[in-house]
Design a protein around this ligand. Sequence first.
Ligand code: FDA
Length: 318
Amino acid sequence: MANPLRPAMLAASRSPRMARTITGMSTTKKLVDRFVAGETEEQAVGSADVLLGSGRYITIDYLGEDITDIEQARDTVAHYQRLLSALTALPVDDTENVRPLEVSLKLSALGQSLPRDGHAIALEHAHAICDAAAAAGAWVTVDAEDHTTTDSTLSIVRELRADYPWLGTVLQAYLKRTEGDCRDLSGPNSRIRLCKGAYREPASVAHQGRAAVDESYLRCLRILMNGQGYPMVATHDPALIDAARRLVEVTTRKSDEFEFQMLYGIRDTEQRKLVTDGHHLRVYLPYGQQWYGYFMRRLAERPANLAFFLRALVPGNR
Ligand code: FDA
């Protein structure tokens, strides 16, 4: 079912005033805990340990986006460096081609939107995180944000891949340009995470409505599965997961030539089932204090989440 409140929720996800109100409410915490693995690095590593123990792989995101001050960006880099160092303590089997440990990062948290030199600053910061990841035996994937950042993000990813050929990136099926990007980026050794897309985008650049986005996802998935890279199928949608399974058969991909990905706290039973069926399943595990934007996008995705949240605000329901 389409969510009529989605545009308003996504607009609220970028409002500093709403952020102050909602993050200050004690009633929000229970629902936030469903989607966010905690505020500290220790909590994130603890959750990662549990997920790895269940046969799942992980990609950890230190939450934060759209920073306005270079000190915040430097702080984000330091957080990732500490996190990657802490992850080396986890027991992982890194003898396979696929690395169980990964971090995901948003370039807007590394300074991409700072006036003057934002692109160069984000590139330098991402470089430092990739160095730390290489030392920790982890992969890195660069998240996709709103469409105004796509060109800059893909150009930074291209530059970084010269030094870190295992670097992955995210493409959003709702963007009209993405089929073309899938064709350009599905060459040997590429790692592309395909998701539907979580931001509020205008009809000039993005397919609107569920059916159009799902059809675009399928077209993009076909290109990636028929390409030479490593597709990362990031969706909870049962129809798209089935389509991916069928494409894997048709293209005779082996289990270490693609993976499924889902978000922490969503469809846990399905996550475990995919692992039992012999697939690689990676969980996107966010942590940190800056959870507001991420949390609001999760609410916007599903009317039931929003209803639950609104009910929790009513005093008698707490
Ligand atoms: P859809 O929204 O149709 O959901 C299918 C089913 O999944 C629902 O019916 C429900 O059962 C369940 N579900 C989905 N969302 C839920 C929620 N919030 N709460 C409870 N149940 C839910 N986006 C982006 O723009 N840039 C990015 O970098 C990323 N990165 C990313 C990484 C990974 C690993 C994943 C899985 C997703 C992203 N996304 C993202 C988010 C993505 O664009 C999209 O918004 C969500 O995955 C929801 O879309 P689905 O494909 O799951 O389908």
